[in-house]
Design a protein around this ligand. Structure first.
Ligand code: IPM
Ligand code: MG
Length: 399
């Protein structure tokens, strides 16, 4: 049996969620367009180390950024600002997913490079505060999570557009324990929220010439929210007659990604938050491990770039943090460069990374003392970037 008070408390919580989401919808409806950073006189890049191996790998990615942007940093077109305080210790002390002063600093930056942050979960030693990732995506309204994955030898070239602010994550920490027997979480899909991510995916498909968008849901079962996402996609597809659209359910999509005969047919994939979370880990693993993929979180006003893996506290506890592989966050730094208009530098970085980690492999990272350190790898990467014959050298591996 449920008491009247318990019922009323649950209903009040639900009312509050509806009101919050309606306010969010109003804000989305009045938001402007994406900023074109290549036209800005000054760009501020915030760098946040995060937890665990985060500060170790982020430091290396920052050195690579400083190397590639040397001239523009000297001329003050670009400033790099280090932002402290997004550590789990400080977040726990403030009892906030992002402490207020840290959030204010983040908002002052145009773009952010962020190391992994520890996400507290029920039962561990930290207070059960919301994930800093999720909070940052919501606070800065970083609604499009772009995760590219490539397996060149198979012709696989996927770009996932994961919705980043809605679904099971929108009110992920506001579920209701109605009474001891009944727990309810909520999943949220809004019309403007679906439109903007789906349109971003179609725009990208058109501009990149990939010309095919796969929409992934479970709309046969989750009929209301996933149904809205899929219906919205079908409507938007009509605006892009030269981009093909197909739709898959998440279960069979997950299976098809491990089918080498079928998987190269996918190009641009757009999907709600939780499915995107799961399937991009799977995809990254197929590419060579979650440590190899970068991730861009894009909004209309801000953008944040991060590794897709976690903070690996065990590596720190075992004294191995210096051996952590910075490739994923370096890739994220490459996406950042591309996003703010340094396309050539991003291209060079991507080639140098491939030379260092796939072809030449003079420094191999194992995560242990039998391999190189992240610092050695970054030095090797910068030496490779300095080669006058980088283009030809890269091509020589691709004949
Ligand atoms: C990711 C991560 C996050 C997520 C966690 C750390 C909250 O898994 O970026 O994919 O679930 O979004
Ligand atoms: Mg994830």
């Amino acid at each position: 049996m449920i008491s009247q008070e318990e019922l009323k408390a649950a209903q009040d919580k639900f009312n509050k969620i509806i009101e919050e989401q309606l306010t969010r919808i109003d804000a989305m409806k009045s938001e402007g367009d994406f900023i074109d950073y290549s036209k800005k006189d000054h760009i501020e890049i915030g760098v946040v180390g995060g937890d665990g191996i985060g500060p170790f790998i982020t430091k290396e990615a920052q050195r690579v950024l400083e190397f590639l942007l040397k001239k523009d940093i000297e001329s003050n077109r670009v400033t790099i600002r280090n932002i402290d305080g997004l550590t789990i210790e400080n977040r726990a002390a403030c009892h906030k997913a992002i402490p207020d002063d840290v959030l204010a600093e983040l908002k002052e930056c145009d773009v952010i490079l962020k190391g992994p942050t520890t996400t507290p979960r029920k039962g561990d030693k930290w207070p059960n505060i919301e994930s800093a990732n999720v909070a940052m995506r919501k606070e800065l309204d970083l609604f499009a999570n772009l995760r590219p994955v490539k397996i060149p030898e198979e012709g696989v070239d996927w770009t996932f557009f994961r919705e980043n602010t809605e679904g099971g994550y929108a009110v992920g920490s506001e579920g209701v324990n109605v009474n001891d027997d009944l727990a309810i979480d909520f999943t949220v899909t809004t019309q403007p929220g679906s439109e903007r991510i789906i349109r971003a995916a179609f725009d990208y498909a058109q501009k990149s010439g990939k010309k095919k968008v796969t929409v992934v849901t479970k709309a046969n079962v989750i009929k209301t929210t996933d149904g809205k996402f899929l219906d919205t996609a079908k409507e938007i597809a009509k605006e892009y007659p030269d981009v093909e659209m197909d739709d898959w359910y998440i279960d069979i999509m997950t299976a098809k990604l491990v089918d080498p005969k079928r998987r190269q047919q996918f190009k641009v994939v757009v999907l709600p938050n939780l499915y995107g979370d799961i399937i991009t880990d799977e995809a990254a693993e197929l590419q060579g491990g979650v440590g190899t993929a970068g991730s861009a979180n894009i909004g209309k006003k801000h953008a944040m770039f991060e590794a897709i893996h976690g903070s690996a506290p065990r590596m720190v506890d075992e004294g191995r943090a210096q051996y952590a592989d910075p490739s994923s966050i370096v890739k994220a730094a490459g996406m950042l460069l591309d996003y703010i208009g340094y396309t050539e530098e991003a291209e060079k970085l991507s080639k140098a990374l491939q030379i260092c980690s796939e072809y030449e492999k003079k420094v191999v990272l194992t995560g242990r003392s039998d391999g190189g350190t992240g610092e050695e790898f970054a030095n090797y990467l910068m030496e490779t970037l300095s080669r006058d014959d980088l283009e030809e050298y890269y091509s020589s591996f691709n004949k």
